[in-house]
Structure formats: C-alpha cells, structure tokens
Design a protein around this ligand. Sequence first.
Ligand code: TYD
Ligand code: MG
Length: 454
Amino acid sequence: MAHERSIYRCQQCGFASPKPGTCPDCKRMTGELMALVEERAAPTPGRRRTGLSHSRPRPLGDITMEHTDRLRTGIGELDRVLGGGVVPGSLVLIGGDPGIGKSTLLIQAARALATAAPPVLYVSAEESAAQVKLRADRLGITSDGLLLWTETDLGAVEAELDTVKPQILVIDSIQTVFLPALESAPGSVAQVRECGGRLMTIAKGRGIATFLVGHVTKEGALAGPRVLEHLVDTVLYFEGEQHHAYRVLRAVKNRFGSTNEIGVFQMAERGLLEVKNPSGFFLAERPRDVPGSVIVAGLEGTRPLLLELQALVAPASFGTPRRTVLGADYNRVCLLLAVLEKRAGVPLASQDVFVNVAGGGRVTEPAADLAVLVAAASSYMDRPVRGEVVVLGEVGLTGEVRAVTGLEARLREAAQLGFTQAVVPKSNLLEAPRLPVEVHGVATVHDALDALLS
Ligand code: TYD
Ligand code: MG
C-alpha cells in the first residue's frame, strides 16, 4: 500500500503544494493571501488503467461511427447551443452566477426530455424537494418521467443508478455533491475534480447524458466550473445582468457542435422564455432622434444582434473627469475617447463620459468601436444621428476605420428590423456583393462623423 501523503491546495486557483502556507500564485496575481488547504489523495486501489475502454489502436478507416440520435430538450435556443440536441452519454457543464437561472433552465429542459427519454433523474443537492417541486409547479411541469432526488452523496447516487436506470442525469450542483472517501469539503477543488471525473465515467460508461450545474464564484475565480472545463464535453455559460430580464447562454466549448452559438432567453414570471428575435428585444425601447444613441449591428458568434449604444457627455463638475462604462470594455472605451479627442478634435478632457449598452446588453467585439465613438461625439455635440441607420467599424489609433467580419449577415439583420442605411468601413465595400441596405463607406473617424452628424 502506497504511503498516503497530504497535499495543500489553494481553493481559489487550484495551486497545489506539498507544504502548507499561502498561495504564491494568488499573491502574485491579486495580492490576496489565500491559505492552502490540506487534502488527502483519494484512496485509489489499483489505479492502473484509466482509459474508457479496453481497446487497441486501430486504423482510422476501420472505425465505424454509431449513429447517435440527439435528444431534443424542446427548448430551441438550448438545442441549438448544444449543437442540435443532447448527445447520449455526453457530459455538459452549465456555469453561471448564482440566481441566473441554471436550475430553471434544466428543470424546463427536463420536461421534454422526461417524455422523450425517461426517466430523467434530477439530483438536487442544494434545494429541498419541496423547493424544486414549487418551482416545477410554477412552471407547470407534471411529468411522471421526471424523478427528483435530494441527495448530496455522489456515491449514493451512483449506487442507485442500476435501479433507476436514467437516460438523463442532472447534478445540481457539482459544488454541493461530494464523495465521502475524500476528506476535503464539498466545493473544494479536490472534491469538484474527483466528482467530475466520477460523473464522466458514469456518463460514458452507461451512456447517460449528464448535466452538471456549476456556480461561478463572485470574484469570477471559477473554483468549480473552471477545473472541470477540460474534462467535460460541452461547457455552456449562462450570463446576464441580475436586474435585467435577458439571459444569454453561450457555448465556450463543445465537442458535439459549434462554439459560435448563443441562445437568448428572457426570465419571466413563468420561467425562461426563448427570445427568437433578440435584436427586436434590445431595440424595443429605443428612443428616436436623440443625441448619444447609436445602433450597432453586432455579431455574437455567427448570430447577428443589433444593440443600442448610449453615451452621455457632460461637463465635469470638478477635478478629474469621470469615465463610466457599462456593457463594454472600459479600457477600449477610454482608448476610443482618446482617438476621438486627438483625431477628430472633440475636446473631452473636461467632460464626464458615460457609456452604456441599453437593455443590459454587452458588446465584446471591436466592430462596435465606431458606434461608441459616434455616440460620444453625438452626445457632446448634442446632435442626433438621424434616420434608420446602423454603424459598424473597428477604429485604430490613427483614427482609421477598419474592416469588420460578417458584413452581409449583420446588414441583413438590420434590414429585417427596418433599418435602411448603414455606415460601414470603406475597405469592406471592396468585397461586398449586393447589400440589403444603402451603405456609406468611411475610411476615417472624421469621415464617419461628417456622414452621421453634420
Ligand atoms: P434559479 O434557476 O434558481 O437560479 P440558479 O439555479 O442559477 O441559481 O433562478 C433563480 C431566479 O430566477 C430567482 O431569482 C427567481 C427567478 N425566477 C423567475 O423570475 N421566474 C420563474 O419562473 C422562476 C422559476 C425563477
Ligand atoms: Mg440553482
């Protein structure tokens, strides 16, 4: 029997050391002193073979593919993000902030799955059976194929699988289940990793499609989800602002589909509703012909999404002017404001600038640069961007407007929502075929301001 040795692990980043103390990585990165927590290695008798099957190397040509039928969850947005439905035997991690709606999404998905592939075993390790029942009642879910179990011991769950024989397993959440053989607490890196590994073996070995819920901790340090990302087949993140109704489900890894997909939902009185027309949703309350509001035709993966960017520029009352940014990258906005000042001569040194994406949306791509800049200029000059126009373009430090990807898809979406004009990078027009709206190509920030605000 091998000598059992302790290791000491940081609960924030997973750093492991043979000696106790504080985590040098966290100290370097965040300045925080995180204590290393003692862990015993799991007793693993005869851990020799770890592969999934006892197979031999074979020529690629000899390998035949079994046709796997995907199971539909009945939620179109979720099915699309998964790559067309749930693959039997796959392990899917759904991460997100507490309270964002992970349990709601899974219980709603369980509704259709319990009919298509019964039974579905929903293991709730953080809410009581009554709480889950209350939610299910509220959502009108009354399925015999859905089995609910409040259990935190993963060993007990595994033991029960032979009797229950579920086709779908939901573990809510991976941070609250544990293996008693391990001494560390539920939610610790060691527990999460071991439990994840065990569930992987269960999913692959028995062909049970397994969903894991993982909470993102508030520092964004993903003690739970992050340590599992390499292990699972699919990683979906559920994002959104707590106080806004809209939620985006994003695939960040998918062995069975594209990672370019997003699903858009709205949290309503009776659970999550699919938002089939997200652009319309974000533009619903758009003000017309007011200074500081610009529509950008964004692209989320392969999906076009129109968003309204708002800027408010007002004289700073004293001292250093403020820059407040919601829904966009702070440093990028500061950079764009500097370009606006230097290349277009808009004096912002004594102005407070506030930038916001309306409706709690978020822009992540440089294609929104020009829209941010135009919104700020529009607010400063107190002159609106008139008409049904969308603005697109990445802005460089010399004030040049650079090409964006997916122009046609973006403009098609804009046309569908009633926009008739677009200001786009001139360089994009070289390759452009017939576009669905009237386009105006601009090469510099100066051109763009001339076109939109003069
Ligand atoms: P929940 O799925 O419990 O979040 P998570 O599992 O990610 O922690 O959702 C929690 C929030 O959703 C809660 O604040 C209430 C809200 N909610 C609704 O607004 N409508 C509903 O029908 C349901 C079920 C939840
Ligand atoms: Mg929950």
